[in-house]
Design a protein around this ligand. Structure first.
Ligand code: HEM
Length: 467
């Protein structure tokens, strides 16, 4: 379609303060950051009389996320919104409890576990392609935002508990949607009230917590009761987590801990993966030549379940496209911490209780870190390209709390994108640009319609099937 172009999001001219700032936090955080944020080493703003510090200097980012990480806790708003659905899982755990859980969970997400998980991604991708054929053959518009959400729930659900998905899939999808669309977003009182006072939404979150945790208890309970054998006993992430042991103490997850970790992985992986998939597909629709390169790269590869982990290693260009999409549209667009004690981060003095923001969104578009920061150029991430400036590319965070699911998310996304682009040409069906709205993750302001055109032999087969 002619006339389409990549539209960078609007940048406000002046910094916001007070209630306007709180409102931006609740409705679209991008409104908080004026042009200066993308050029300066740091920016200080204030809300409710408390400083909010945005840090851009590499040494400041390293100080907060790596060197003095223990001095910073998660923000109260994040705890309020996430605790009911992740309980004491990795995302919100602190101190020794976190270290212990991270040691046990780490092997389940290591490259050695990839063949087990990639199988599920590849099988899921095959089902997804099959489900798209009819619409593609008819040239019907498809809502790839909605589909990306369904795919990420289905794929992470399958790789988490492959057996139980047939029974629990629909319930999981319904509860996830209730959370993502409604209760996982902050409302004004969530922002204003201290954590010890329940907001009206907190009461609703407690009801959701009961249903969500109840369902996961059933899944874990069933898995712990059943011995898995033979062909039906394909292993998955839940097996890896329940078999895992702390390398230092030999301890394993208790049933309750296992349930909390499963809840955490599902919640932490869901909207982030959806957002990453959506923006990658959107950017590819705007850049058809890049689709051709992905299709060429994937053409000779076996993307089936037995070879998926190896194929993933060979998808260098597809991975570069995904990395560049995460640069321009990082699903976790900001990392927020609260300082326990005074600290010095780069040129910024941090007072106890100050809110500290490290924003992948800003760092990934910062004038001092990137050449042509607004340009979509996957070559930045191809093998042999110069590495990004230190601490300037953090889609998965940094330091001890770096995303444990980074490889999982990248493999899932690259395999799915390569499979889809190899089968279909993706185009936008309208010229209205998708603008980013960053609240829980970075989403588009509307769900644009796409069209899929089957390629080559697939096109003929699909047309015949639709006739
Ligand atoms: C494109 C997809 C994803 C993105 C962009 C992403 C990004 C991030 C970021 C930036 C953090 C650090 C947050 C902080 O420091 O406060 C994080 C943490 C985490 N992520 Fe992801 N994530 C993604 C997918 C996943 C998936 C698929 C899983 C699980 C299967 C997962 C599980 C976690 C967990 C458990 C943590 C907390 C780790 C800890 O504190 O030890 N993420 N993620």
């Amino acid at each position: 379609m002619s006339g389409l172009r990549f539209v960078p999001p609007p940048i406000p001219e002046r910094p916001l303060a007070g209630f306007a700032l709180l409102d931006a936090l609740r409705t679209n955080v991008l409104r908080m950051w004026p042009r200066e944020a993308y050029e300066a080493p740091a920016l200080t703003q204030a809300a409710l009389g408390r400083p909010i510090l945005l840090l851009n200097e590499p040494e400041a980012v390293r100080r907060v996320l790596v060197e003095n990480e223990d001095n910073y806790t998660r923000s109260p708003l994040r705890i309020r919104i996430l605790r009911p659905v992740v309980r004491n899982g990795l995302l919100l755990a602190e101190g020794e409890a976190w270290r212990h859980a991270r040691r046990i969970a780490a092997p389940a997400f290591s490259p050695r576990a990839l063949p087990i998980l990639a199988r599920h991604f590849a099988l899921g991708a095959q089902e997804i392609i099959a489900s798209l054929e009819a619409d593609a053959a008819r040239g019907a518009p498809v809502d790839l935002l909605d589909l990306a959400r369904r795919w990420s729930i289905a794929l992470s659900g399958k790789s988490m508990f492959s057996l139980e998905m047939s029974d629990f899939g629909p319930r999981m999808h319904a509860l996830m949607t209730r959370y993502i669309e409604h209760l996982g977003r902050p409302f004004l009182l969530d922002v204003l009230l201290p954590l010890r006072i329940a907001s009206p939404r907190d009461l609703m979150r407690r009801r959701l917590e009961k249903d969500w945790i109840g369902m996961l208890d059933e899944v874990v309970e069933r898995r712990l009761r059943t011995k898995r054998t033979g062909a039906g006993g394909e292993r998955d992430l839940l097996d890896l987590l329940r078999e895992a042991r702390d390398p230092e103490s030999g301890a394993e997850f208790s049933r309750e801990q296992l349930r909390d970790q499963v809840a955490t992985m599902l919640v932490a992986g869901q909207e982030t993966t959806t957002s990453g998939l959506f923006w990658t597909i959107y950017l590819l629709a705007l850049h058809p030549a890049l689709q051709e390169r992905i299709a060429e790269e994937a053409a000779g590869l076996d993307l089936g379940p037995d070879n998926a982990a190896q194929a993933f290693q060979q998808l260098a260009f597809t991975r570069a496209v995904f990395s560049e999409s995460l640069r321009l549209y990082p699903p976790v667009f900001m990392i927020v911490r609260e300082a326990k004690a005074e600290d010095q981060a780069g040129s910024t003095r941090i007072a106890p209780g100050a809110t500290v923001m490290i924003a992948p969104w800003v760092l990934h578009r910062h004038r001092h870190h990137w050449q042509e920061p607004e340009a979509f150029d996957p070559a930045r991430f191809l093998p042999g390209a110069p590495r990004p400036q230190p601490m300037s590319y953090l889609p998965f965070g940094m330091g001890p709390r770096v995303c444990i699911g980074a490889l999982f998310a990248t493999a899932l996304s690259a395999l799915l994108i390569a499979s889809i682009v190899r089968r279909f040409r993706i185009a936008l069906a309208s010229t209205r640009p998708a603008l980013p709205v960053c609240v829980a993750t970075c989403r588009p302001d509307h769900a644009p319609a796409f069209r899929l055109q089957p390629r080559g032999a697939a096109a003929t087969a699909a047309r015949q099937a639709a006739a």
